[in-house]
Design a protein around this ligand. Sequence first.
Ligand code: HAM
Length: 429
Amino acid sequence: MSKTLQAIRGMNDILPGQTPVWRYLEGTFAKLLDSYGYSEIRLPILEFTELFARGIGEGTDVVDKEMYTFLDRNEESLTLRPEGTAGCVRAVLEHGLSGGGQVQKLWYAGPMFRYEKPQKGRYRQFHQIGVEVFNQPGPDIDAELIVLTARLWKLLGMADAVSLQLNSLGSSEARAAYRNALVDYLQARFDLLDEDSQRRLTTNPLRILDSKNAQTQALLADAPTLLDYLDEESRRHFDGLRARLDAAGIAYQINPKLVRGLDYYGRTVFEWVTDKLGAQGTVCAGGRYDGLVSQFGGKPTPGVGFAMGVERLVLLLETLGLVPDSLAATPHVYVCAFGEAAELAALTLVEGLRDRLPQLRVWLNAGAGSFKSQFKKADKSGARYALILGDDELTSRVVGCKPLREDGEQQSVCWDDLASWLAERIESA
Ligand code: HAM
């Protein structure tokens, strides 16, 4: 027997039982973004490898260890996108969307790919919903991004389960000065560092702040902190952001060790974290990247954004019991037909209903079957009404309408009156 084929490790099927909660989450967010004036952009999943190497940065885990990179038939090096920001910046530049200082408020959703160690909340194909804003340099837009995510948590009912971590990485000069100070401090304690951090000391020293190693973390307690090196303008920006968050009543914790794993950030960085999901607790993360557009060859253009991990948010909704009961799209009516003539009449009747009531969810029985079996299927479908068409109904041009979810007798309703009869009883139809 041949081996059963399986999905690639860390790449999940999202089964019909799970898609309603995905659609709920995506739909809630899409509506929210509409209300804040953000437009959707759809971007390719494959890009030239160079885009990510230059954008995210050599020396980052994502670029050095996690990208799915291959040569195509034309010997070009392509990469499955590990994140959405680099591709979005590329598209904005390529189509001149940020030219002349135009403000762009964009969002995207879709799969991202990273060769990480799969575990709960961490996958090799995962999904993000991301937002990017161009040509807005001030802290007001940083605040808007955070405020709108806070509103999303409220809409989803999970506001108490997430908290906000905030930091400023300052200007590139400030970061360089801080990097030197940190390297000096850690170099003097090199032997006490874990192996990964020893390596990072030369490749990406700021990432040592993220180390999970307890001894390294203990060493860092007395290390110089990034906030002491902030340049004046970045400090003002950070103060402006904090004032707005305070005004909006959004609580946050300043975390001077929050540096993020992608190289393009400067000034504001933030993460929304939860302690309900174990180790993979960051559900949304982002920050400012004012240098990225010019790094890609464009005019200096401020940029800021974030992305949330859809799998993690779905897990959180499930863990907290916040998935609304009514998500599955059960039919309003299930139509049973007995005999060929009734089946033909049922088909035209149902299509007529769909013309009149486009929102009505109608399941027409397929595969014939006895009264008992069709009725069983009608009940199992969760429909509110079974509509019944047999020889008698055909002769009298009526349909038997039987309530399935409440007490009540079956009624005969004229074909011509059926749409209004249903519209009166089913509000959303
Ligand atoms: P990131 O922190 O790499 O940032 O990813 C954002 C979010 O995606 C994470 O907080 C997490 O919820 C989710 N995520 C990341 N990796 C995985 C994984 N392997 N499995 C499941 N979920 C994952 C970015 O990607 C930036 N592009 C965000 C951004 C947009 N910054 C500015 N604009």
